[in-house]
Design a binder for this molecule. Structure first.
Ligand code: ADP
Length: 667
C-alpha cells in the first residue's frame, strides 16, 4: 500500500477519498486553487499545495503543476477523482514518466475509451450491442447530414469527446440539423477542445443502466452489480440507484459480462463504468467512463465494500480483493445529487454563499458526501454540486423513504437548490412504481416543476411573521441600549401596545412580483393575509434559535427562517422558499428602469448574437447565446417586439443580471 498520495481534485470527491486514506493510514496531499484556499478538502489533508488562480485551466487542470506538486511532496501516487484530469491519457502518461503511479487505468485504455466514436468501433468488434448511429471519422457537414437522414429522425448529435451532457442536441427534423451541428461543435470545442461529433438514433424513453467494473493488473476483472441513473435533467444524472430495479438476474448477468468484455477489450485496470441504454429488455452500449463515478456510493452500499480502497489496492499492485463468485449484494441504495441550481429556471446553476447549512442527523444507512460547510461559496468556477445524499434500505421502498426523510431534514439557505424538486421526485407515484426512464422529469414536468412565481402564500406569510418578530427584537434591543427599557419606541407593532392592531410588510416573490403581507394582531393570535387572501393564523409566535415557533389550527409549527440582509429563506420540511423584503425607497428608484430588459441569467460569456439593432422579432425567437459553465443558454424574446440595442458582442464576458439587449415589446 502507498504511504502518501496526492489527490488531484477538490470538493466532495477529494474529501471522500481522504476518508478512505485516513482509515488505511495513507497520508494525503491536497492541491487547491486560490478560490479554494479555505476549502474543506484543504483542511482535511495532511499537506496542501497551491496550484494557481481559480480558473481550472490555471489550477486543477494544470498537469505540470499537479505533477510538480506530487514530486515535491514525495507522493507515490495521484488519485484524480472524477472530472478534471481523471480521463486525460496524457496526464496518466506524464505521471508514469516521473515515477508517480496514476490511480486509474493505463493511458492506452483511457485513450481507447476517451472518444465515444472510437470506443464504439472497439465495442462493435467485441460484439457489445450498440445504439444504431454514425461514429466515423468523416466530419463534413454534408456527410453528417447525410448520415442523420440515413439513421432517421429523431437523432441525437453528441460530441465524440463528450461528457456531462455537453454538446448534445436532439434533432427531430431536417431543418434543425445544421444549427444543431453548429451549436454542438461550438460547445464541444469550448468544453473539450475537440469538435468531432457522432450521431445516434435518439431512443425515446430508454433507461440508463450502467455496470460497475473492476480489473486488476493480473488479468482479473469483475462486474460489481448495476445502477440505474435514468432520472436526468439536461442528460445529466440527478438520482441514481443500485441495483437497477426490475431487471431479471439473467439480464444483469448478460449486461455484467458484456461490461467485463468491454473492459478486457482495452486492457482495463482499476475502476470503470460501462454505460448502456436499456429498453424492452435489450441493452445498448453508449460509453465507458474510465474513472470512479459520482454515483459510486450506491454500489458501495449494496456490495458492502469501499471502491476507493479497491482502487488504492489495485494501483499499488495487489490483486482484486474479491472474485465474481464472492461478491455479495444486499438491499437497495439510492443517491440524490443536491445541486445549487434553480429547477424553476431550467435548472440553471446558482451561485452564492451557503448562508445556512444543516445536515440531517447522522444515521446508519445514511451517507452524506459533501465538500462544503456553512459559509462556503459555490462559485461559477467549478461544479455546482453541494452534496450527494445516499440512503440504504432492505428494499427500494425503504431506501426511498429514508432518503426522502433525510432531505426533509436538510436545511440550506443562501442560494437556490434542487432540494424541493428531489423531494417531489422521490415522492412521485410513478417513481415509486419504478416507472422510470430518461424522459421522467420532462414527462412529469407539470407536477415536478412549479411555474416561476407559483410561490405558496404560506411561505410568504411565515416570512412576514418572522420579519415582524425580528424587527421587534431589534427595536427592543436598541431600546435596552438606549438606557430606557420601557421606551415605547421599543414596541414595533400594535399588538404589544394595546392588544389589537395591524401591520404591513412588502415582499417580493421569486417571479419578482410584489406581494403585500397584512398582519392583524388580537392578543396572542396573529392573522397574516397575503394580498387579501385567506389568512394564516398563528398563536403566540416567537423566534427560537433561528426558527419561527407558533401554535396553529393544526398543532405546533416550527420552521427555520434565515434572514440575510433583505433575503429571507423559509425552510419547511427541506423545501426552501426565498423571499425578498422590499425596501420601498430603493424600489422607487428601480421603478424608473425599463421592464423590457433581457438580462443574463448568470455570469458567462456571449458566444453568439443572432440579431441586430432595430430587428423586429417574434416571441420565442432566439436572440443571443450565453455560455456559462460550458453549457449554452439561449436568450429568447419574451414577446413580439423590437430590438433597440444589442449591448454585447460574441466573446464578451457578462455578469449575472446585466442587460444584454434593450428590447421593446409590442403593446
Ligand atoms: P455524456 O458523456 O455527455 O454524459 P452519454 O453518452 O453518457 O453522454 O449520455 C448521457 C445521457 O444522454 C444518457 O444517460 C441518456 O439519458 C441520454 N442519451 C444518450 N444517448 C442517447 C440516445 N441515443 N438516445 C436517447 N438518449 C440518449
Amino acid at each position: 500500500m502507498f504511504r502518501k498520495i496526492l489527490i488531484a481534485n477538490r470538493g466532495e470527491i477529494a474529501c471522500r477519498i481522504m476518508r478512505t486514506t485516513k482509515r488505511l493510514g495513507v497520508s494525503t496531499v491536497a492541491v487547491y486553487s486560490e478560490a479554494d484556499a479555505h476549502a474543506l478538502h484543504v483542511e482535511m489533508a495532511d499537506e496542501a499545495v497551491l496550484l494557481g488562480s481559480a480558473p481550472a485551466a490555471q489550477s486543477y487542470l494544470a498537469m505540470d503543476k499537479v505533477i510538480a506538486a506530487a514530486v515535491a511532496t514525495g507522493a507515490e501516487a495521484i488519485h484524480p477523482g472524477y472530472g478534471f484530469l481523471s480521463e486525460n491519457a496524457r496526464f496518466a502518461e506524464a505521471c508514469g514518466k516521473v515515477g508517480v503511479t496514476f490511480i486509474g487505468p493505463p493511458a492506452a485504455a483511457i485513450h481507447a475509451m476517451g472518444s465515444k466514436s472510437e470506443s464504439k468501433l472497439l465495442m462493435e468488434r467485441a460484439r457489445v450491442p450498440l445504439v444504431p448511429g454514425y461514429h466515423g471519422a468523416e466530419q463534413a457537414d454534408s456527410h453528417l447530414i447525410h448520415e442523420a437522414m440515413r439513421i432517421g429522425f429523431p437523432v441525437l448529435i453528441k460530441a465524440s469527446a463528450g461528457g456531462g451532457g455537453k454538446g448534445m442536441r436532439i434533432v427531430r427534423a431536417e431543418h434543425e440539423l445544421q444549427p444543431a451541428i453548429d451549436g454542438a461543435r461550438r460547445e464541444a470545442k469550448a468544453a473539450f477542445g475537440d469538435e468531432r461529433l457522432l450521431i445516434e438514433k435518439y431512443m425515446e424513453r430508454p433507461r440508463h443502466v450502467e455496470v460497475q467494473v473492476f480489473a486488476d493488473s493480473y488479468g482479473n476483472a469483475v462486474y460489481i452489480h448495476d445502477r440505474d441513473c435514468s432520472i436526468q435533467r439536461r442528460h445529466q444524472k440527478v438520482i441514481e440507484e443500485a441495483p437497477a430495479p426490475g431487471l431479471s438476474e439473467e439480464t444483469r448477468k448478460r449486461m455484467g459480462e458484456a461490461a467485463v468484455a468491454a473492459a478486457k477489450a482495452v486492457g482495463y485496470v482499476g475502476a470503470g463504468t460501462v454505460e448502456f441504454l436499456y429498453a424492452d429488455g435489450q441493452f445498448y452500449f453508449i460509453e465507458m467512463n474510465t474513472r470512479l463515478q459520482v454515483e459510486h456510493p450506491v454500489t458501495e452500499m449494496i456490495a458492502g465494500l469501499d471502491l476507493v480502497e479497491w482502487q488504492l489496492r489495485v494501483a499499488s499492485g495487489e490483486k482484486l480483493p474479491e472474485t465474481q463468485g464472492e461478491l455479495q449484494r444486499y438491499g437497495h441504495a439510492m443517491e440524490v445529487r443536491l445541486y445549487a441550481e434553480d429547477p424553476t429556471r431550467g435548472f440553471l446553476p446558482a451561485t452564492g454563499r451557503l448562508a445556512h447549512l444543516v445536515w440531517p442527523t447522522a444515521a446508519n444507512n445514511l451517507r452524506i458526501d459533501s465538500g462544503v460547510r456553512a459559509g462556503d461559496v459555490i462559485s461559477t468556477h467549478y461544479d455546482p454540486m453541494i452534496a450527494k445524499v445516499i440512503a440504504w434500505g432492505e428494499d427500494r421502498t425503504s431506501a426511498v423513504q429514508r432518503l426522502r426523510r433525510a432531505l426533509t431534514e436538510t436545511e440550506i439557505a443562501g442560494l437556490a437548490t434542487n432540494a424541493g424538486f428531489l423531494i417531489d421526485v422521490l415522492g412521485h407515484p410513478n417513481f415509486l412504481k419504478e416507472e422510470i426512464d430518461t424522459g421522467f422529469i420532462e414527462r412529469h414536468r407539470a407536477e415536478l416543476l412549479p411555474e416561476v412565481g407559483a410561490m405558496p402564500d404560506r411561505a410568504l406569510a411565515l416570512a412576514a411573521a418572522f420579519l415582524v418578530l425580528a424587527d421587534g427584537q431589534r427595536a427592543a434591543e436598541a431600546a435596552r441600549h438606549s438606557g430606557d427599557p420601557h421606551s415605547p419606541w421599543g414596541l414595533t407593532n400594535g399588538w404589544r401596545l394595546n392588544g389589537e392592531g395591524g401591520s404591513s410588510i412588502l415582499l417580493r416573490d421569486n417571479a419578482g412580483q410584489q406581494r403585500d403581507a397584512h398582519l392583524t394582531f388580537s392578543g396572542a393570535l396573529w392573522s397574516i393575509a397575503i394580498d387579501a387572501g385567506a389568512p394564516l393564523r398563528l398563536t403566540a409566535p416567537r423566534i427560537d434559535n433561528g426558527a419561527l415557533v407558533a401554535g396553529t389550527d393544526h398543532g405546533r409549527l416550527r420552521v427555520t427562517i434565515v434572514q440575510d440582509g433583505s433575503q429571507v429563506t423559509v425552510i419547511e420540511r427541506g423545501r426552501a422558499t426565498r423571499v425578498t423584503r422590499v425596501d420601498v425607497l430603493a424600489e422607487a428608484e428601480a421603478a424608473t428602469l425599463s421592464h423590457d430588459q433581457l438580462a443574463s441569467p448568470m455570469p458567462g460569456t456571449v458566444v453568439r448574437v443572432m440579431v441586430e439593432d432595430g430587428a423586429s422579432v417574434t416571441r420565442g425567437q432566439p436572440l443571443m447565446v450565453v455560455e456559462a459553465m460550458k453549457m449554452e443558454h439561449t436568450i429568447a424574446a419574451h414577446a413580439d417586439g423590437i430590438v433597440r440595442q444589442v449591448k454585447f458582442r460574441a466573446g464578451d464576458p457578462v455578469a449575472e443580471g446585466v442587460e444584454l439587449i434593450a428590447f421593446e415589446a409590442e403593446s
